[in-house]
Ligand binder design. Structure first.
Ligand code: ZN
Length: 113
């Protein structure tokens, strides 16, 4: 299974990126952004607004990254359990060039989401 290496490398990269941005909630298993510690002493309104914006951005980015991580992890699971590279819509094999571009693809080119 040649795509497994690409998938595992991507999963590692995504996990590192997520761990850098925030933390995993152990109860829900969800990744979440961590607000910066606010030092009440020097936090004027602008600084607080910046931090809030930063937090919002991180949250949006982490949402994207963790959605991708879920796709990649699902593909890795399939490559172990079977069903990898099979279109979830028509059941035909997914084109090699599509898997080349996105090893976590779950549909063939005719059934792009
Ligand atoms: Zn299909």
């Amino acid at each position: 299974m040649k795509h497994i290496y690409a998938l595992e490398a991507e999963a590692t990269k995504l996990q590192e990126e997520l761990a850098r941005l925030g933390r995993r909630n152990l109860e829900t298993g969800e990744w979440e952004a961590v607000p910066e510690e606010v030092d009440e002493g020097d936090a004027d309104e602008n600084t607080q607004a910046d931090r809030f914006e930063d937090f919002e951005e991180k949250t949006a980015l982490m949402k994207e990254l963790s959605a991708r991580l879920t796709e990649v992890e699902t593909a890795i699971k399939k490559s172990h359990e079977g069903g990898y590279g099979i279109c979830s819509t028509c059941g035909n094999p997914i084109e090699e060039e599509r898997l080349e571009a996105n090893p976590a693809a779950t549909t063939c080119m005719a059934h792009l989401e």
